[in-house]
Design a protein around this ligand. Structure first.
Ligand SMILES: *Cc1c(COP(=O)(O)O)cnc(C)c1O
Length: 340
């Protein structure tokens, strides 16, 4: 079975399993797990941030960032269907009393900064207290430029706001732009990075910021139930994700390009070419194929997720160049039979 539903579906490699088996561990709540400390230090160094904190998930990492930065009655500005806003259960509002102010994403995945500036509220007792701007890179696979992120920081500085990056797939952004993780992280006060997406770890994210922020975040991680014990077994996989996983990420981007090329002339659907910038290929189609495409594909040995009028294929380590041909063939066969 080939699985292109997400880059979260990768299985730990033999090297990862061995590293997990051999990991030196201790109780991380007592800051006694040397492998967790090694992962945190290594990631902080790679991103050029002062400190890092190992988190169970990206959702908790973003939530802890917001809880640490914002008080009840504060507000953060966020993209219209950003993960933090739409796909994390409304955690910041539910648990922190933090109000989201959304701004729709533009076609290129940016939240236009003029629109951000327009919704920043004056200091006035009638208004929530605008505190933070949260960006996403990559956004549905779309890579956000270094210029854009730096301009966002200029804006937040001008208004004395904080700038957070939901960098679940920031490693993909770095690879696509040909820049370091540090360059992506630099404009931000805090950054969240997933190890369990394209980087291939079975679990784990990192939250990064300055030392004072991370000290406070440690408390919020505990409060949200994220104090963990001998998790060096997981951090060991995370270390390989940041090294070997990062090194091979360009292959997924190449595969996305190849797949987009193979699908360009399939009847009844189109590839959203301008969005093929990293490891995700979006397909648009007429008619509702949300149930029938995945059902057909599954019979052919392919797991794919599809919505009513659009679907996405996510490339990752467990999809080989050979598999890309098979994915393209199955999608083509489906639409040749079922195009409206
Ligand atoms: C996956 C993802 C997250 C975090 O998700 P978890 O499944 O909780 O690790 C956050 N933001 C974006 C953009 C994501 O794609």
């Amino acid at each position: 079975m080939i699985d292109v539903r997400s880059d979260t579906v990768t299985l730990p490699t033999a090297a990862m399993r061995k590293a997990m088996h051999d990991a030196e561990v201790g109780d991380d709540v007592y800051k006694g797990d040397p492998t967790v400390i090694r992962l945190q230090d290594m990631c902080a160094e790679m991103l050029g941030m002062e400190a890092a904190l190992f988190m169970p998930t990206g959702t908790q990492s973003n939530l802890v960032a917001l809880l640490t930065h914002c008080q009840r009655g504060d507000e953060y500005i966020v993209g219209g269907d950003a993960h933090t806003y739409k796909y994390e259960g409304g955690g910041a509002a539910a648990l922190g009393g933090i109000q989201p102010q959304t701004v729709p994403f533009a076609e290129n995945g940016e939240i236009p900064l003029a629109e951000v500036e327009a919704v920043i509220k004056d200091k006035d007792i009638h208004f929530a207290n605008t505190k933070l701007l949260s960006l996403e890179n990559t956004q549905h696979g779309r890579v956000q430029s270094v210029d854009y992120m730096c301009n966002a920081r200029e804006l937040t500085d001008k208004h004395q706001l904080l700038l957070h990056l939901d960098g679940a797939r920031m490693a993909n952004a770095a690879v696509a732009l040909g820049v370091s993780l540090e360059t992506i992280a630099k404009p931000f006060h805090t950054v969240s990075l997933c190890l369990s997406k394209g980087l291939g770890a079975p679990v784990g994210s990192l939250l990064l910021g300055d030392k004072k922020f991370i000290e406070q975040a440690l408390r919020w991680r505990k409060v949200t139930g994220g104090g963990m014990r001998q998790v060096g077994v997981l951090a060991a996989a995370g270390i390989l994700a940041l090294t070997d996983g990062f090194e091979r990420l360009h292959e997924d981007h190449e595969h996305a390009q190849v797949l987009a090329g193979l699908l360009h002339d399939v009847p009844g659907m189109s590839v959203r070419q301008a969005w093929v910038q990293s490891n995700i290929v979006w397909l648009d189609y007429d008619g509702d194929h949300g149930a029938s495409l995945p059902a057909y594909a599954k019979q052919q040995g392919l797991q794919i997720s599809a919505g009513r009028n659009a679907g996405r294929v996510v490339l990752h380590r467990d999809v080989s160049r050979q598999d890309v041909n098979i994915v393209a063939r199955i999608i083509r066969e489906y639409f040749e039979k079922n195009a409206v």
